[in-house]
Design a binder for this molecule. Structure first.
Ligand SMILES: NC(=O)c1ccc[n+]([C@@H]2O[C@H](COP(=O)([O-])OP(=O)(O)OC[C@H]3O[C@@H](n4cnc5c(N)ncnc54)[C@H](OP(=O)(O)O)[C@@H]3O)[C@@H](O)[C@H]2O)c1
Length: 368
């Protein structure tokens, strides 16, 4: 075992973030090659079919890789996918030591990459900046470690806790809404209630200057409110498919015959609601790793109560709304049996005139 320098792992993490949001189903990974106490190669994974981060960094370092240390945010893979195994590239480059922030939770790797390097005589240290390493791509880790997608719950509210304005319209300003679109971009799917689609007719697309990304739009429509004429459907397929969860026997007029629209039938629970753990299981089975849940009221509380939320972002606008027609930000217990939830280590950020408070919930994926 050797002791890596966190400064170099931090450089690899910053490199990894350049690929965030575009590597699915691969993880976002960054790497740094260090020789003689300085970085001689940096690389990140740009997406499926592109070189993995280690290979990109080793290429940049060239001959200086021989005898160097390789810092990588995720254990090097030992499998052949669209590109060859990184372990073979690391061994062939003559790297002396490897530091990985975390193991790769994919069961096809999960320690096998480390063992292969060690068998080739390369010392491997795992765990340097582990929490930050998971933070590069929390959805990837949650998907494999918890067997469900990572859920980022988000809502916007006034200072008096209202999520709908008396006359309608946006609660937050343009800077905060831009941040929401960046958060959508990092996910694979956006999830909303059928009542929200019926009330607001949102497009649920990623709208960022010069960037396009198709996301799966998931609607929990346990009342069978959607007609297929909502704006959401007009944006499919170029902005992504629409998956509508409904109880069996719901009318499917208008939704049924389009390839970009899937109706996923699921029996309601004893309270007459779609069972959220089963909804997430169905999304996991379909390869969704990160869900951005734009939910409030009873639905948001249910996600929290059932322990199915990994990150919360609350957008706070400097407004007072008074009585409005919509639900409160949260309605119903947020823990089984009641009680408050403590958001550990919240991050406060200014977005124009608004504030964003974000926190990872304590039962999120722990470091390897
Ligand atoms: N400010 C924001 O960030 C924000 C975000 C989203 C929505 N909104 C606003 O909020 C209003 C709509 O709120 P809402 O109707 O979604 O909230 P709500 O009144 O609390 O209702 C929750 C909705 O989710 C459904 N649902 C499905 N599965 C559920 C489960 N397992 N547990 C709990 N509920 C489940 C509910 O079904 P049942 O009807 O069968 O109970 C209901 O339709 C709209 O006016 C929209 O503009 C604001």
């Amino acid at each position: 075992m050797w002791t890596p320098d966190p400064t170099f792992m931090q450089a690899a993490i910053e490199e990894a973030l350049k690929g965030a949001g575009r590597t699915h189903p691969n993880p976002s990974v960054g790497a740094a090659v260090v020789s003689g106490g300085r970085i001689v190669g940096l690389g990140f994974h740009e997406g499926p079919g592109h070189p993995h981060a280690e290979v990109a960094a080793l290429r940049q370092a060239g001959e200086r890789s021989r005898g160097a240390d390789l810092y990588v945010t995720l254990e090097p893979c030992c499998t052949t996918g669209r590109t060859g195994p990184c372990t073979a590239a690391v061994i062939a480059a003559g790297v002396a030591r490897v530091a990985a922030a975390t193991l790769d939770p994919n069961p096809n790797v999960d320690g096998a990459g480390v063992r292969e390097l060690q068998a080739a005589g390369i010392p491997v240290a795992v765990g340097c900046l582990a929490k930050e390493g998971i933070g590069v791509d929390p959805a990837y880790h949650t998907f494999y470690r918890k067997g469900r997608p990572h859920v980022h719950l988000k809502w916007a509210q006034t200072l008096d806790g209202r999520v709908v304005l008396p006359g309608g319209g946006y609660i937050t300003g343009p800077e905060a809404r831009l941040k929401v679109h960046m958060e959508r971009y990092l996910a694979d799917a956006i999830l909303v209630s059928g009542t929200t689609v019926a009330a607001d007719d949102p497009r649920l697309t990623v709208r960022l200057p010069g960037v396009s990304k198709a996301l799966t739009r998931v609607v929990l429509d346990n009342r069978g409110l959607l007609t297929g004429r909502e704006g959401l459907f007009a944006t499919a397929p170029e902005h992504g498919p629409v998956w509508v969860f409904r109880p069996p026997g719901s009318p499917t007029d208008g939704l049924g015959s389009r390839p970009e629209v899937s109706v996923i039938e699921m029996p309601l629970d004893s309270d007459g609601r779609l069972p959220l753990a089963e909804v997430l299981h169905a999304l996991h089975e379909r390869g969704i790793m990160g869900v951005y849940a734009e939910a409030v009221g009873r639905l948001a509380s249910a996600f929290l109560r059932e322990g199915l939320v990994d990150r919360v972002s609350v957008y706070l606008a400097p407004l007072l709304a008074g009585t409005t027609p919509g639900p409160a930000a949260l309605e119903g217990h947020v823990r089984p049996g009641g009680g408050a939830r403590v958001l550990g280590q919240p991050r406060w950020e200014r977005a124009g005139a608004d504030w964003v408070v974000a926190a990872d919930l304590e039962d999120s994926c722990s470091p390897d």
